[in-house]
Design a protein around this ligand. Structure first.
Ligand SMILES: Nc1ncnc2c1ncn2[C@@H]1O[C@H](COP(=O)(O)OP(=O)(O)OP(=O)(O)O)[C@@H](O)[C@H]1O
Ligand SMILES: [Mg+2]
Length: 430
């Protein structure tokens, strides 16, 4: 159930909304000084704003970028129109009824934050991912370009989509151009489009991604792979917002926001001279760096559940519902060099091969069966480390003394009784 924030002086609205939310906070403009600040706003999924309030505009400007805002009680149609222009996500035109509220909430559900377990379609409850969610929301508020970095498989694409979906451009297109290992000529005609007759086989005019995304967002995936020549052309579009179709002579203007992603170290590429530094700075206005899965292993169980739900419908013969504790432990002990993508592949594979409703260790792929248990922590506690070392020394002394405790004590330079106590304490089998 969503958490709803209501800005209204009306008392009745709280009882109207109560059945639809887990938490409902009503605050009127008389209590404006108590308006939640940005951090607190993040606790809510959706806001209902009373447009009959004198200061509804101020409230809207404060709220609109952080959560969907539904306007209601517009005194005149002109107010409703102005509210739409100022960025309300929706308007309830007639009076606020249960039915209207229910429908509106259902309509905006996709945008709700379930802060505890993820954001948009990105799963994660770890502190590292919560930080990423905060950055996504900040990036969505601005028009600045964003560079998303992180190892392969960390989820750079869903992050780019979430930024677009949460931005004021969400009603316009989100277009991806995959720059990896595509020859320049192809990239250019994809991005800029081409005129009829521009090259052999161009027997029609085609719009490029830039034109199609006008007003929206263009996502350059694997930007680290593009040639210096293409970088120059991209830079021009970013700087001037203009380009020409391949084989064309007319300059086209577009309004797009750029998001780029790479698993390479662009700074290092700049030093090497294979990536333009000016382009790097243009793209890297906001940087969102995604943690590896190894750094956020506490998210593994949630991701596992998510991927089971996602892939289970592929099995028509049985319904796979869950995973056994042992199998989950094995998944928690694997280092995931391929990050979330690898975990998803593992679950997908397992779902197709498992024979019961619960995933058992035996259904997991070979690679997990062999993986050595991960060390619980890189820096063990002093007491544990000392105990392990003592155990090793005593064991070695006992072996040398062929099990003779007096002799082993002599080797270790301690009293026999002391050694006996230690053996008992450390549960060493003699
Ligand atoms: N936090 C997450 N929650 C849910 N799904 C995720 C998450 N992170 C990644 N995924 C999924 O894992 C897969 C790999 O993610 P993605 O393709 O974005 O990787 P990438 O970071 O772009 O890697 P590469 O650099 O190799 O392209 C996708 O199917 C994506 O939906
Ligand atoms: Mg990718």
């Amino acid at each position: 159930m969503p958490k709803i924030l209501v800005i209204s002086d009306s008392k009745e609205i709280e009882s109207l909304l109560k059945p639809f939310c887990s938490e409902c906070t009503v605050m009127g403009q008389k209590r404006k000084s108590q308006h939640p600040d940005g951090v607190l706003l993040d606790r809510y999924d959706i806001a209902f704003l009373d447009l009959s309030l004198d200061e509804w505009r101020d409230s809207l400007l404060q709220l609109r970028q952080r959560l969907p805002v539904v306007g209601f009680s517009a005194a005149e149609i002109a107010v409703a129109i102005e509210a739409m222009q100022l960025g309300v996500s929706d308007i309830i035109e007639k009076s606020l009824t249960r039915k209207a509220i229910e429908q509106t909430i259902a309509k905006h559900k996709r945008k709700f934050l379930t802060h505890s377990e993820g954001f948009d379609e990105i799963i994660g409850k770890s502190v590292l991912m919560q930080d990423v969610f905060g950055l996504i929301k900040k990036a969505a508020l601005t028009e600045s370009n964003v560079l998303i970095t992180g190892e392969s498989g960390t989820g750079k694409e869903p992050v780019a989509r979430a930024i677009h979906r949460w931005s004021p451009r969400s009603q316009k297109s989100f277009m991806t151009i995959n720059c990896s290992a595509i020859p320049d000529t192809l990239l250019e005609s994809e991005l800029f489009g081409f005129e009829k007759g521009a090259f052999t086989g161009a027997n029609y005019t085609k719009k490029g991604i830039l034109e199609l995304a006008d007003g929206g967002t263009v996502f350059f995936d694997e930007i680290g792979d593009v040639s210096p020549l293409f970088q120059t052309k991209v830079l021009r579009v970013i700087q001037e917002g203009e380009f020409m179709r391949v084989g064309g002579a007319r300059v086209h203007h577009v309004d797009v926001r750029f998001i780029a992603a790479t698993n390479q170290d662009l700074k290092a590429l700049c030093r090497k001279g294979t990536f333009r530094e000016d382009l790097y700075y243009r793209l890297n206005v906001i940087n969102i760096h995604l943690p590896t899965l190894r750094q956020r292993m506490e998210d593994v169980p949630l991701l596992v559940q998510h991927f089971i739900r996602k892939h289970a419908p592929k099995r028509k013969d049985i319904l796979i519902r869950d995973i056994s504790d042992d199998a989950l432990t094995m998944l928690m002990n694997y280092p995931y060099p391929g990050n979330v993508r690898e975990l998803e592949n593992i679950i997908e594979h397992t779902v197709s091969f498992t024979s019961g409703p619960e995933i058992l260790p035996s259904s997991l792929p070979q690679v997990l069966q062999q993986s050595p248990p991960r060390k619980r922590s890189a820096t063990p506690k002093m007491r544990e480390a000392v105990a392990a070392y003592e155990k090793e020394l005593i064991w070695a002394a006992l072996q040398e003394a062929r099990g003779n405790i007096s002799k082993a004590a002599q080797i270790l330079g301690i009293y026999r009784q002391q050694l006996q106590r230690k053996i008992k304490q450390l549960r060493i089998a003699t």
